[in-house]
Design a binder for this molecule. Structure first.
Ligand SMILES: [Zn+2]
Length: 241
């Protein structure tokens, strides 16, 4: 392939300039204060949602515990009623037998008391969880509103930048169309490999892409070589005009 013309090389540098301008605008957009705020707000929302999920899980567990105690109390009450009916029914007259039943009734009663107390404690915990969930839901709703408002402000701030980017993209398409396909392909390969400029220019002894001052030996080799080569330091395309 013959060496690209000086015109083509300039066009290549112009394309790199347009891409750099687009990157700068994109970077400005990514760093909009509203964008930063949205990142923070999103993080806060995730933390609240995690907290909400944890408390909901605990609430469900406590609900199960309260129900279990409630069922136990019900069963024990039935048993108590049955025992009391037997005791006061008049069928049992034996004093020893009656004493045993009395002890049994009293034992059932204290188990009922224990379960009732435990159920009450569970219900109190449940109420605390419900209150915490309500507060979190309230906070999440407020946060969602703040996020929505911030997104609106971000969109307003970004719209000017997006318009500028769109203009540069039109220019970029034209610049790419004006370049030989082979050059565009080399440019794209270099762009994929590198951060920042895909093509630099030899400016005195410096590569403008990496900003490094090259050795005299390298510079001499470059000057004697083809007008489009790669930088011995950064490996990016290098225009030597
Ligand atoms: Zn370089």
């Amino acid at each position: 392939m013959p060496d690209p013309s000086a015109e083509q090389l300039q066009a290549l540098l112009d394309l790199a300039g347009t891409d750099a301008a687009i990157r700068r605008l994109q970077n400005t957009m990514d760093n909009l204060p509203e964008q930063q705020q949205l990142a923070d707000l999103g993080e806060r929302r995730r933390a609240l949602e995690d907290q909400h999920a944890d408390i909901r899980l605990e609430r469900d567990q406590v609900t199960q515990v309260a129900r279990k105690h409630d069922r136990d109390v019900g069963q024990l009450r039935e048993r108590l009623a049955h025992e009391q009916q037997r005791m006061y029914g008049g069928d049992i007259t034996n004093a020893k037998e009656l004493g045993k039943m009395e002890a049994e009734i009293s034992a059932v009663q204290s188990r009922i008391d224990e379960h009732e107390l435990a159920e009450l404690e569970a219900l109190e915990t449940l109420e605390e969880h419900e209150e915490a969930l309500d507060a979190l839901e309230q906070e999440l709703a407020t946060l969602s509103e703040t996020i929505r408002e911030t997104e609106e402000r971000r969109d307003v701030a970004a719209s000017g930048l997006l318009a500028e980017i769109a203009e540069h993209e039109v220019v970029r398409e034209r610049q790419r169309d004006d370049l030989d396909d082979e050059l565009v392909a080399r440019y794209d390969r270099s762009a994929q490999r590198s951060v920042g400029d895909a093509v630099g220019r030899l400016d005195g002894e410096d590569c403008t892409a990496c900003g490094i001052r090259l050795s005299y030996a390298d510079v001499n080799t470059l000057v004697d070589g083809p007008p489009l080569t790669t930088c011995p330091n950064c490996g990016r395309l290098l225009v030597v005009l």
